[in-house]
Structure formats: C-alpha cells, structure tokens
Design a protein around this ligand. Sequence first.
Ligand code: ADP
Ligand code: MG
Length: 204
Amino acid sequence: MEQQSPQQSDAEKRRVIIRTVGLKKSYIMKGVVTEALRGVEVEIVTGEFISVMGPSGSGKSTFFNMIGALDSPTVGRVFIDEVDVAQLTAEELAYLRCHNIGYIFQSYNLIKYMTALENVTTPMAFGGVMPDEARERGMELLDIVGLKDRWHHRPIEMSGGQQQRVAIARSLANQPSVLLCDEPTANLDLKTGQEILEILQRLN
Ligand code: ADP
Ligand code: MG
C-alpha cells in the first residue's frame, strides 16, 4: 500500500531535534570535583513538551546549558537538529543560538532600559531582520502573549508575569525550533506560573 494515514505522515515529519550521547559534565572548584551530569542520554523530537524535574543542585541548569549550546560537556555529544554542536565554529554557534533556540530564564533577563517591543525585536536585529518588519513581527508576538497594549512599557513598569511573557515573545523572535526554559515560573506565584505554562503549551 502506497497511501499513508495522516498520523503516519505526521509522525514522519517529526524529527529528532535534540539528542545527547553519554553526556557528562564535571565542574572543578577549589580542587573539588562536582559531577553535575553523569551520562545523560536523551532524544527529543519536534512537537514534544518535556519537563526536567529535580531538586536544586541536581543538574537541571547544567543540562539546559549543554542542550542550549551555551556550555560544552566534559565528555559526550550534543546534537541539535542532528548537528554535532562541538563541530561548529564560533560563528556557526552564534548563528545556531540566534536562529534555532529560544531561551527563557527564571529571572526574565530583559534589558532594563528597553521597552517590551525593543526587547522582543533585539534578537531580530541580530538575525538580520529589517527594522520595519521586526516591529511588525514584534507586535504580533506581543499580541500572542497578550501584551500588545503594553509594547512601550519598560520591565520596571511590568509585573513578573508580564515580564516573563515579554521574555517568551522575545524567545520566539527568530522562530526557533526549540524553546528552552530554565525554571520559567520559579519567581512567580502559582496562578501566574500556571498562566505562563499555559502560554508555553499553547505555543507548542
Ligand atoms: P540545578 O539547576 O538543578 O539547581 P545546577 O546545574 O545549577 O543544578 O548545578 C548542578 C551542580 O553543579 C551543583 O552541585 C552546582 O553547585 C554545580 N555547579 C553548577 N555550575 C557550576 C559552576 N559553574 N562551577 C562549579 N560548580 C557548578
Ligand atoms: Mg538551575
């Protein structure tokens, strides 16, 4: 039979977007070795929504930094969209971080003196998007997170939940294939945290 069901073709379209092989990371500080990751093997396909859970100090942020190509492993490999991150030049790495991955942090990491819109459009400028188009796309993204009316507000004029929503819009600036979040709700109250998770699930 040549014909495929819709499910089958959907499944075929899914591809492994993050893969780690024997991932280990040790830190050495004042002669003390901390094994933060001891051989992590994961395979994540497009469309998946995954939580990594564990107590403080269990290695979540270390893992985030490895699969986000922000730091390199002590041993093992990280493949993003089947590209071995260790083989990339500094320039290719910068391109990957700018275009393929969106990052969201616990403390929002917005730029204080910029408006919500400017925060969202800054990665687009690095991505080579022209200012008019960046503004238009920035407003669309702020609309998606429910903050269109606040485009001109600076971080200090927004609540934690609103700041994190700006950070979500910013993380999507260059249409990444992967969105990485490091404790995105840890600084928020329960209800606001749930709203943030709902936005992330909707976007996925
Ligand atoms: P989590 O995000 O789950 O709280 P981390 O990945 O931040 O955990 O930390 C894992 C372990 O590695 C902890 O014991 C931490 O102290 C240690 N660690 C993390 N980053 C560094 C670093 N830059 N230098 C030395 N030790 C570190
Ligand atoms: Mg952490």
